[in-house]
Design a protein around this ligand. Structure first.
Ligand code: HAM
Length: 423
């Protein structure tokens, strides 16, 4: 076969194996632990949804919906692989009428998301997020809880050096007035904005604040902070969030230019960045989204949430030379068959021990005795269980503790007890 014809994993996707998988799992299990501690319970939503869910939730003009969706036409419908988790959680909330049954709900999720982005360090087309969403309360303490939750999660992982940026973009109701004011302020400077921003100005003026172009940044920095354009109520609300955070041992900066790229946000928005990552430095993003339940057909319901990028987090840790705590898992044993006449007996021993709850392996490749011992070492097995015709005849097994290099003959019936005792 032509070697260029080899089928590879699609660009921007990766097979997770060995150490890499162990790290992803360690991040996910740290998240599950902290989510549970904070009262969030796991939800698993489908990997694909009707495309219009994301259009309606995230915004038809957002980059995610406009450029980054994996969409699949089927039977006259269009489905899309989920680019994020919030839309599905809210769809679930509305579909099950939770607003009337039990309006206050806390959800968490862990899993793969899909975005058709240009692959680069920490940016993939299939990536993983861990996230939390709380619905049914407008209490500013919950905005603070979200920011503290992701902070405690990063701490549990052992990540340091990250920075939390917070802003408020006000309520839906005041948005038109704020937008008009921003437009008034920006129009005279339109000549200094990039082409993209000139287009954005009319469609979603907030995104101009988000532009990384140096010229646009300069214009944005000269504007009064969005916070100053908000109503007194919204400003008070923002103050309450900041006050709740201040008492809880977390450092954050107010970033008046932080607006986020998804359209559902209201009031508090936040992002956690890590300076070790370079241009795409966000490891977590979130905020309040008080209008989304209504947008998806439910009654007006306040809500807030965030999601952490697992790969971005691991990349930041790697740059710091840190690794998440991966629990050491060594097999209890490796059965070594001295010659081919005992392969059947070795297989029976292997299965008996596995059925007793022990973890182990044997040779299936017809390796020599020496090569089997080597393999046992490579697998980091605690014991080599050596079985030859002599052992079979005497009803014993030679148990070798690999780390110590000591071995004794153990009656076959006592092997399980011996290995369990060594755990
Ligand atoms: P987001 O900011 O789009 O927010 O994504 C959250 C995090 O996911 C990012 O900070 C980044 O670390 C990671 N991420 C995003 N795209 C990629 C990619 N292509 N490759 C690798 N990592 C990526 C959300 O998704 C919102 N749903 C968060 C939220 C929940 N807001 C309220 N509730």
């Amino acid at each position: 076969m032509d070697p260029s014809d080899t089928i590879r994993a699609p660009r921007g996707t990766f097979d997770l194996t060995g150490e890499t998988l162990a790290r992803v799992e360690a991040v996910e299990s740290a998240a599950r632990e902290v989510f549970f501690r904070f009262g969030y319970r796991e939800i698993r939503t489908p990997y694909f949804e009707e495309t219009r869910l994301f259009g309606r939730a995230i915004g038809e003009t957002s980059d995610v919906v406009e450029k980054e969706m994996f969409s699949i036409p089927r039977d006259g419908e269009s489905y899309s692989l989920r680019p994020e988790g919030t839309a599905s959680v809210v769809r679930h909330y509305v579909e099950n009428s939770l607003a009337s049954a039990a309006p206050f709900q806390k959800f968490s999720y862990v899993g793969a998301m899909f975005r058709y982005e240009r692959p680069q360090a920490g940016r993939q087309r299939q990536f993983h997020q861990v996230g939390a969403e709380v619905l049914g309360s407008a209490n500013p303490l919950l905005d603070a809880e979200m920011i503290l939750l992701q902070d405690r999660f990063f701490r549990a992982l052992g990540l340091s050096g990250q920075q939390v940026k917070v802003n408020s973009i006000g309520s839906r109701e005041e948005r038109p007035a704020v937008r008009a004011r921003l437009l008034d302020l920006l129009r005279p400077a339109a000549g200094r904005l990039c082409e993209n921003c000139v287009r954005r100005m009319e469609r979603n003026v907030f995104r101009v604040l988000d532009c990384k172009n140096p010229g646009c940044r300069e214009v944005s920095r000269a504007l009064p902070p969005v916070e100053d354009l908000l109503s007194a109520d919204s400003r008070r609300r923002y103050e309450a969030v900041l006050e709740a955070l201040a008492g809880e041992g977390i450092t954050f900066v107010k970033d008046p230019l932080l607006v986020r790229g998804l359209d559902y946000y209201t009031h508090t928005v936040f992002e956690t960045v890590h300076p070790a990552l370079g241009a795409r430095d966000a490891i977590c993003g979130g905020g309040r989204y008080d209008g989304l339940v209504e947008d998806l057909g439910g009654p007006a319901t306040p809500a807030a949430g965030f999601a952490v990028g697992v790969e971005s987090t691991l990349l930041a840790m790697q740059k710091l030379g840190a690794t998440p705590n991966v629990p050491e898992r060594a097999p209890d044993f490796f059965v070594v068959a001295v010659d081919d006449s005992v392969r059947g007996a070795a297989f029976r021993l292997l299965m008996e021990l596995r059925d007793a709850g022990l973890a182990g392996e044997a040779d299936f490749e017809g390796r020599s005795l020496k090569a089997q011992m080597k393999k046992a070492g490579r697998l980091n097995a605690r014991h080599a269980l050596i079985l030859g015709p002599g052992e079979v005849e005497r009803g014993v097994v030679t148990v070798r503790i690999l780390a110590a290099g000591e071995q004794t003959e153990v009656p076959r019936a006592e092997v399980v007890g011996r290995l369990r005792g060594a755990r």
